[in-house]
Structure formats: C-alpha cells, structure tokens
Design a protein around this ligand. Structure first.
Ligand SMILES: Cc1cc2nc3c(=O)[nH]c(=O)nc-3n(C[C@H](O)[C@H](O)[C@H](O)COP(=O)(O)OP(=O)(O)OC[C@H]3O[C@@H](n4cnc5c(N)ncnc54)[C@H](O)[C@@H]3O)c2cc1C
Ligand SMILES: *[C@@H]1O[C@H](CO)[C@@H](O)[C@H](O)[C@H]1NC(C)=O
Ligand SMILES: *[C@@H]1O[C@H](CO)[C@@H](O)[C@H](O)[C@H]1NC(C)=O
Ligand SMILES: *[C@@H]1O[C@H](CO)[C@@H](O)[C@H](O)[C@H]1NC(C)=O
Ligand SMILES: *[C@@H]1O[C@H](CO)[C@@H](O)[C@H](O)[C@H]1NC(C)=O
Ligand SMILES: *[C@@H]1O[C@H](CO)[C@@H](O)[C@H](O)[C@H]1NC(C)=O
Length: 655
C-alpha cells in the first residue's frame, strides 16, 4: 500500500509540474542524428541550406524568388535526386539574383513543423516562392521531371509566367518579342548597351530564356527572344531555321551570327565570341562560365566517385566474402525508433486527417495497440487510439501534439532517448534507417498476429486475417513520406491481391513475397547500401532449408524462419541501457496489467526497480491510466483551442 502512495505522489507531481502549456511544447530529441544525419547537402554545394530558423526570413519579402527542395534524408528518391539538385544549383548559379536554389531536410526534427506547415506530403517536393512572397503563401509546386533539364525547363516556364503577371520587373525581359519590326530597338535601351541580340527559336523552347538569364549580368549586351509564331518578323528577317541569332550594333545594320552548335551552350558561345571579337569586355561572364563548367565537373566528378566507391566496395567484398556474415536479428530499438518516427514525425505531416485517412490511422493504431511490444505496456498507444477514435477529423499538427503530450505524460514510453539503429544501421547515415525500421515493424506485426491470435480477443479486427496488412496498406498509402515508394507498394498490393490472404500465416508470407519483390527491383540501385545488399530474403546461410535444391522456395520453412525471427521472444535488447540482453526476453501477455503482473511474479528487473505485488500494481495502473487519459484529453482540448485562436489571428491580415 505504501507503493500506491508513492506512485500517486509521483503522479500528482507530474500533473503539477507538467501544466498543459508546457506539455504541448515539442519534445526535443535527436532524431536528426538517427534519421539521415547531416542531410544530403553541405557547404561545398551551391544549394542554399535552409532550416527552421532561417526559412521564413529568407523566403518571405525576398528580392529574389526561391526554388526549394523539401526532402527527407532517408528517402531513397531524394538520395538519387540530390546530384541533380546540386548540378542544377551550379548550372544556374549565375541566375541567383533572380532565383535561388535551396533545400530543407524534413527528417530534421527542428524542420518538421515547417514541412508540415508547407503541406509537404511526399519527398522530394519542389516549391517555388515568388519575389516578395508573403505569408500565407505556401509556394507553388514545381514538377521535378526526370533530369536537370526537365527541372530547369519547368522553372523557366514558371519564371515566364511570373514576369507576364507583373512580378520580376527587375529581371531581364524573358517574354518573347512581339513587335513585327526591329528598327527602333535602341529607343528604350539603356546607354550601356552596345549590342542587341535576337534569338529566334521555336515556340515553347527554352533556349532563348536560358541564354538571356545566363548572360544577363553583362551590361553591354541586351538579348531578346523571338518565337517562331511571330511569323512576320521571321519572314522579314529571312529566318528559316531555329535557333537563329541576329545582332545589332549601334549605328550598324543587322547581321546574322553563325551558331555552330544549336544548343544553349552553342548560342552562348556564339554571342560571347562575337562581342569579344568587337573588343567588348565581358568580365562579368567569368562567373557564368566558371560556374557552368564547374557544374559539369561536379556532375562527372560525382559519377566517378560513386563508381569508384562501388567498385572498391565490391572488390573488398569479394575479398572478405566468406569472413563477413551479417546476423539476422530483430532489435527492440529498431522497432521503437520506427514507431517513434512514425508517430512524431510522419503522420503529423498530413495536413488534415479525415475520411479515408482517418480510417487508415485508426486501423494502424488499433493494430499497434494490440501488437506493438512496448516494454512498459501499451497504454501510451491505447490513449492515442482512444482519442483518435473519438474524433472524426484532426489535423496532423493536433496528432503530433497528441503524440508528444501523451509521451510526456506517460513518460517513459520508450526504452530511453532516441538511439542508434541497430539492425537497420546503414554503413553511412544516408542508407537504411527508417524505411528499414518500418518494414521490420510490419513483419513483426504480421508474425505476432499469427502467433498469438487470441492476444486481443475482442478487437474489431480479430476476424480479419489481413488486419495487419490492411493497417499497413492504409498507413503506407496515406502517410508514408516516400510517395513513390507508397505508389509502388499500393500498385503491388493490387496486383498481388493483398486482401485475398485467407489466413494469418498467408498474410505473413504475402508480406515476405512483397518485400522480396521490392528487394529485387532495388537490387543494384544507387540507394542500396553497399554493405547491405538487397538479397532475396532470407539468405541461404541463415536458412539453408528455406530453398529446395532446385532453388525454389520452401515456403513452409520460410514461414517457420519468419515466425522465429520476428516473434516477440526473439527480440534483442542491444543498445538499451540497464538491460542485460542475456537475461532473456520479456513475455508479452494480454494487456499492460497482465504484463506487469507477470513481471512482478517473475521478479524481473523493471524500470521502476520496485518489488511489486500484483494487487498494488493493478490498482495503480488502473488509477494511472484513467487519470492520465483524462488529463491528456483536457490538455489536447486546451491545445486545440489555443491553436484555433492562433490561426484566427494569423488569418486577420489576409482579410
Ligand atoms: C512499403 C515500402 C515500400 C518501399 N518502396 C520503395 C521503392 O519503391 N523504392 C525505393 O527506392 N525504396 C523503397 N522503399 C525503401 C526500401 O525498400 C528499403 O527499405 C530501403 O532501401 C532500406 O533497405 P535495407 O537494406 O535497410 O533493407 P529493407 O528492404 O528495408 O529491409 C529491412 C530488413 O527486413 C528484412 N527483410 C528483407 N527482406 C525481407 C523479406 N522479404 N521478408 C522479411 N524480412 C525481410 C531484413 O532483415 C532487412 O534488413 C520502400 C520501403 C517501404 C517500407
Ligand atoms: C561535403 O560533402 C562531400 C561529400 O559528399 C565532402 O567531400 C566535402 O568535403 C564536404 N564539404 C564540407 C564543407 O563539409
Ligand atoms: C540554420 O542555418 C543557419 C545558417 O546556416 C545557422 O547559423 C543556424 O545555426 C541553423 N539553425 C539551426 C537550428 O540549425
Ligand atoms: C552613331 O552615329 C551618330 C551619327 O551618325 C554618331 O553621332 C554617334 O556617335 C554614333 N555612335 C556610335 C556608338 O558609333
Ligand atoms: C523444386 O523442388 C520442389 C520439391 O522437390 C518442388 O515442389 C518444386 O516444384 C520444384 N520447383 C521447380 C521450379 O522445379
Ligand atoms: C492471454 O494470452 C495467452 C497467450 O499469450 C493465452 O494463452 C491466454 O488465453 C490469454 N488470455 C486471455 C484472457 O485472453
């Protein structure tokens, strides 16, 4: 009974110390070191690195426009896209008084609220912010396409529209020249200008604009583009092929300049050669030339480095192949890291959760609450599940507050502060991590759902053998930040008939097959960690019986292997301080009370370190859970009200 007193006191202190307002302050942790680390760009790139501190001060009220990549350092597509982004930044460095190429890492916990506010639902996402943009502008999405050229062209199309709509008046004129004669070009031209060039090009081409922007810093030149739909001007000037370059000097009649190569570089070269021959100083262009040539160097340099790294790793591996065997274990820390990132960083990025999204979230939480093996019980998940159940709609922001508040009130929920990945640790920070943790978590859920069918007998989903797959399908399709991954997965789920699995065992095998399909597709990809190759799982050395001699799968053995690897009883507790991994595993019973009872009975060292008696602990838990649940509800309500008030205020200036 003394124990009850102690716990109650502790609880009261909690209530007093954690007042509602401090409970909604984001819980600071170090996920950036865990998920993706330093981001994909650094000071030696021409990409401007933005963060939560400097994002708005840079973007808003700027004399330049901004093209920002919102990325996520663990996202494979972002990793593959980074060289393109760096090359683009170098390629158009000379335009940086017009448009700045920047990036922000949404995997960084500090930046998370920014990415949520700007409605970044997939990575990488490119957004354009106009000159002198102001809140509440959230930027315009620019499609990235498949290459540096496609991004640049999409950007140019945007810049042209901007200028037509009256923004970018200080920029060089990139709208097509519409007059049908070019006799009086000098009338509106500044006195510095010595040569006036016209680039005739096909309508919808971008070369003219590119050259104008590339050379706009040379004050003695003026360049305009004429598109082929200005037929009269083309005919008058006898222009029959595109691009054609025509130049006017002051007091000189017009001349056609020979363009040897019909490209952006070729036209640029022709203009420069022409004016240099006329004795014009084009020092200002040095920046341009250097930056562009550098861009190419960067690109080739990058490719060669990757090439060499891969090669040397392969050679290395060949040498030590027999000696290096990786183990295949399930780690508590990986499961917890994945859960934490999902709850605190990923779900919260969805602006508004309702309808199907809400349904997906509920199914996910229901399955987690029933089958996730938090070591101190799943009341944290229960509270969140119940609050979400009581709401028909919720913003990502509110969910994030709910997760953080509940985590603080019920602290400790996890086995300590965020830790390194163990089984999902990559050879560098840009490999593996969260996506690996998510796969692992869902395998673990399908397996234990099959192993312990009566764990939560009254759950809504207990009749559905595909309940975990359904939860995963909904989660990946709705919340998984890697949009292309999600699209692939949903497509594959349709093709492979995810919901046709007739038993819980079949569901385990369905996910195994699906994952192997993804492994096969990604094998040899740039995102593959050279030290953790994408194999058809499980590896022969881990399960020789899983394959027949003819090489095809023995699915019974595979199922057995999966059930062993992913079961609760195989979880390893490496990296968790104060836990001796040799002691064995914590048995997961049928709910937190039973779990704690068992712990008490078996006198396992617990987080509380007290010798508990069954009766004491059960009463405490009941008291603790009900009162904290109420507290959380109150806090949430409070927080929601505050947010609403805030948003009203910020809406005012708009009116
Ligand atoms: C749903 C989903 C879809 C994805 N789609 C894409 C995509 O389209 N493109 C892309 O670039 N990236 C995609 N990813 C990421 C990619 O699959 C990997 O997660 C990432 O590249 C990290 O790989 P990894 O080497 O850590 O191993 P992962 O593939 O993440 O595997 C994690 C662990 O699971 C175990 N495992 C591996 N295969 C199986 C299996 N068949 N059955 C059971 N256990 C297994 C292994 O122990 C492995 O270490 C996706 C991730 C998820 C969760
Ligand atoms: C930036 O990263 C590259 C590797 O990606 C590295 O070679 C370079 O030294 C880094 N530069 C700085 C300034 O950190
Ligand atoms: C954001 O970036 C600026 C400039 O690079 C840096 O000075 C600042 O410390 C960064 N802030 C955070 C929170 O990382
Ligand atoms: C152009 O010609 C006019 C008169 O013919 C002359 O005054 C002027 O200096 C000339 N300008 C240049 C740049 O040669
Ligand atoms: C491989 O062998 C197993 C059992 O011997 C058999 O069931 C399976 O059909 C064989 N597969 C192929 C592709 O021959
Ligand atoms: C609790 O779970 C165990 C297996 O872990 C099972 O044998 C037992 O029947 C369950 N009890 C209840 C009440 O569901």
């Amino acid at each position: 009974m003394e124990l009850i007193g102690t716990l109650l006191k502790l609880w009261l202190m909690n209530v007093l110390i954690i007042n509602c307002s401090s409970a909604v302050v984001p819980f600071k942790d170090n996920y950036q070191t865990l998920i993706g680390g330093q981001g994909l760009y650094n000071a030696s790139d021409d990409v401007v690195i933005l963060n939560a501190t400097n994002f708005k001060t840079n973007i808003y009220g700027s004399t330049k426009s901004w093209l920002v990549e919102f990325y996520n350092s663990w996202c494979g597509f972002c990793y593959r896209f980074a060289p393109t982004w760096k090359a683009l930044a170098s390629d158009i460095l000379s335009w940086n008084d017009i448009v700045v190429v920047a990036a922000i890492d949404c995997a960084d916990d500090d930046n998370n609220p920014i990415c949520r506010e700007y409605e970044i639902m997939h990575y990488p996402m490119l957004k354009y912010f106009s000159v002198n943009a102001h809140p509440p502008s959230l930027g315009l999405v620019i499609e990235k396409g498949s290459s540096i050229d496609s991004v640049r062209h999409n950007l140019i199309s945007r810049l042209e529209i901007e200028q037509q709509e009256g923004r970018g008046i200080t920029w060089p004129n990139i709208t097509p020249y519409r007059n049908v004669e070019i006799t009086d070009v000098w009338r509106t031209t500044s006195n510095n200008v010595k040569y006036f060039f016209f680039i005739f090009e096909k309508t919808d081409f971008h070369l003219g604009t590119e050259v104008i922007l590339d050379l706009h810093r040379i004050s003695s030149l003026q360049i305009r583009r004429v598109t082929s739909d200005n037929e009269l001007l083309c005919v008058v000037n006898k222009v029959t092929k595109f691009p054609t370059l025509i130049v006017f000097g002051r007091n000189e009649s017009q001349k056609v300049v020979n363009v040897k190569v019909s490209s952006r570089q070729g036209v640029r070269r022709a203009i420069k050669d022409y004016v240099i021959a006329k004795g014009i100083n084009i020092d200002e262009t040095i920046g341009t030339t250097v930056s562009h040539d550098m861009a190419q160097n960067v690109e080739t340099a990058h490719q060669t480095t990757i090439g060499t790294i891969v090669k040397s790793r392969e050679e290395q591996e060949g040498e030590e192949h027999s000696s290096k065997k990786t183990d295949d274990y399930l780690y508590q820390l990986d499961l917890e890291n994945a859960l934490h990132y999902s709850m605190n960083n990923e779900i919260s990025l969805t602006k508004s959760i309702n309808g199907e999204k809400m349904e997906a979230l509920r199914k996910y939480l229901a399955v987690l609450t029933a089958y996730f093996p938090l070591r101190r019980g799943n009341t944290y998940l229960e509270v969140i599940r119940d609050v979400v159940k009581s709401r028909s709609t919720m913003t990502g922001e509110e969910f994030s507050q709910l997760a953080k508040t509940t985590e603080e009130v019920m602290s400790p929920v996890y086995s300590g502060a965020p830790h390194q990945w163990i089984g999902c640790k990559g050879s560098t920070n840009s490999y593996r991590g969260y996506p690996c943790g998510l796969w692992t978590m869902f395998h673990m859920l399908t397996v234990n759902f099959a192993l312990e069918p009566n764990k939560v007998p009254r759950a809504d989903f207990s009749q559905d053998p595909t309940a975990v797959l359904r939860a995963m399908h909904g989660y990946i399709g709705t919340f998984f930040g890697c949009a292309d991954c999600a699209a692939h997965f949903v497509e594959m789920a349709g093709k492979n008939k995810i919901f046709d699995a007739h038993s819980r065992d079949e569901a385990v095998l369905w996910l195994w097959r699906a994952h192997n399909q993804v492994n096969a597709r990604l094998s040899g990809d740039a995102t593959e960690d050279p030290e953790h190759k994408k194999i058809q799982y499980p590896a022969i050395e881990h399960c020789p019986a899983c394959r027949y001699v003819n090489g095809s799968w023995n699915e019974e053995e595979v199922l057995q292997y999966l059930k062993t690897k992913y079961s609760y009883s195989s979880i390893k507790y490496d990296g968790i301080s104060g836990y001796n991994s040799n002691v064995g595993m914590i048995n997961i019973g049928n709910g937190s009370r039973v779990r704690l009872e068992r712990l008490a009975k078996e006198k396992r060292p617990t987080a509380f370190g007290w010798d508990l008696n069954v009766f004491d602990i059960s009463i405490c838990v009941v008291l603790y859970v009900t009162s904290t649940a109420i507290l959380v509800l109150v806090c949430i309500k409070f927080a929601v009200k505050r947010t609403k008030k805030k948003s009203h205020i910020s809406l005012l200036p708009k009116v």
